[in-house]
Design a protein around this ligand. Structure first.
Ligand code: ADP
Length: 302
C-alpha cells in the first residue's frame, strides 16, 4: 500500500450561504490536496500531520479528516490553542476576498506540539504555506525532518504557494522557498509566485532556476492551456482540456497536485500524472468550494 505524509494547516471556512447566514466547512491547501489524493487513490494511506486544539471545533475538524479516509493518527492536540479560521467575502460584483483569523492557531505550533512521525513514507508533501506559518526554529525542525524522510527513501514534494502576508518580508520568503526547492524531488512552481518572489519573467527562467537548485521533476501548470514538465533533462508538454463553464477555481492547484500524486504513487509516469491531475482540477473548478461534494466528484471521475 503506498503511503504519504502531508504536513500543513486546515482551517474552518465560513462562506456566505444566504445574505445573513454562513456555511461552516473545513479547508486549507494541504488538506485539499490530501482529500483529492485519497479520493483518487483510495488504496493509499494518506496521513495528515497538523495540530488542532481540544475543543469541539477541533474535534469536528479531525472527524472531517477521518470522514475523507485520511489517517488522523498524527494530528497533534494543543491544550491551549484552537484551529484557525477564514471568512469568504463576496462583494457586489461577485469578486471574492478572504479575512483570516489564524495568527494564533494550533497548527502554527505543530512541530513543538508533536514530533514528526519516525516512520517510512513514499511521499512527504509540504507547501509554502506550511513553511510560512511556522516560526524559524520549527522551520529548521521541518527541514531536518524532510531530510530524514528523504534519506529513508521518501520523495519530497513541494508547492511554494506564496502568500506574502504570512511572511515577515520577501527576503525571508525567497530564502525559505529556495531551501525547500533545494531539497525537494518534485516541485509545482507557479508562474505568478515566481514573478513576485524572484522576478522571473518567463517559464524558461523558472525551469533554469529550479534545475540550478537540483529539482529533478518540475511541474509547471499553465491554467487551461497545458502542463509543462522538466524531468531530469527531458521536457514534456501535456495538453489540458479547457473547461467551458468554470464555476469556482478555488483549490484547482491543490486538486491538480492530489491527482498528480495519486498517479505517481500508483507508479505511472509524469505525463499520465499531469493529464490526470488536470482532469481532477477540471472537475473541481466545475463546482463551488475548495472541496466539492463526494458524489458529484465521483460521478465525474468515473
Ligand atoms: P493554481 O491554482 O495553482 O494557480 P492553475 O490556475 O494553473 O493553478 O490551475 C490548476 C489546474 O487547474 C491547471 O493545471 C489546469 O489543469 C486546471 N485548470 C485551471 N483553469 C482551467 C480551465 N479554464 N479549464 C481547464 N482546466 C483548468
Amino acid at each position: 500500500m503506498p503511503t504519504c505524509l502531508i504536513i500543513g494547516e486546515c482551517m474552518v471556512e465560513l462562506a456566505p450561504l444566504t445574505h445573513d447566514s454562513l456555511r461552516k466547512q473545513f479547508a486549507g491547501d494541504t488538506f485539499n490536496t490530501a482529500v483529492y489524493l485519497k479520493r483518487c487513490l483510495p488504496t493509499c494511506e494518506v496521513n495528515y500531520f497538523t495540530a488542532v486544539g481540544t475543543d469541539l471545533l477541533s474535534r469536528e475538524m479531525t472527524e472531517r479528516f477521518a470522514e475523507e479516509g485520511i489517517n488522523t493518527q498524527y494530528v497533534a492536540r494543543s491544550q491551549s490553542k484552537t484551529v484557525g479560521m477564514y471568512l469568504v467575502n463576496t462583494d457586489a460584483s461577485g469578486e471574492r476576498s478572504f479575512s483570516y483569523w489564524r495568527n494564533d492557531s494550533a497548527a502554527r505550533q505543530m512541530l513543538t506540539t508533536a514530533a514528526l512521525p519516525d516512520v517510512y513514507f513514499d511521499i512527504v508533501y509540504v507547501s509554502g504555506i506550511t513553511v510560512a506559518i511556522l516560526d524559524e526554529p520549527q522551520r529548521e525542525i521541518l527541514i531536518s525532518g524532510l531530510k530524514r524522510y528523504q534519506q529513508a527513501g521518501a520523495k519530497i514534494v513541494f508547492d511554494p504557494n506564496y502568500r506574502p502576508q504570512l511572511w515577515s518580508g520577501i527576503e525571508q520568503a525567497r530564502e525559505w522557498t529556495k531551501r525547500l526547492y533545494s531539497l525537494c524531488d518534485i516541485a509545482f512552481p507557479g508562474g505568478d509566485d515566481h514573478r513576485e518572489l524572484y522576478g522571473h519573467q518567463s517559464e524558461q527562467e523558472v525551469f533554469t532556476f529550479l534545475q540550478g537548485l537540483g529539482v529533478r521533476e518540475i511541474v509547471l501548470k499553465r491554467g487551461a492551456e497545458s502542463v509543462e514538465i522538466a524531468q531530469h533533462n527531458a521536457h514534456f508538454s501535456v495538453a489540458v482540456k479547457p473547461v467551458a463553464e468554470v464555476v469556482d477555481t478555488t483549490s484547482a492547484g491543490d486538486a491538480f497536485i492530489g491527482g498528480y500524486l495519486a498517479k505517481t504513487l500508483a507508479g505511472e509516469d509524469c505525463c499520465v500524472a499531469a493529464g490526470f491531475g488536470a482532469r481532477v482540477a477540471g472537475i473541481v473548478i466545475g463546482a463551488k468550494g475548495a472541496i466539492i461534494e463526494r458524489d458529484y466528484f465521483f460521478q465525474r471521475l468515473n
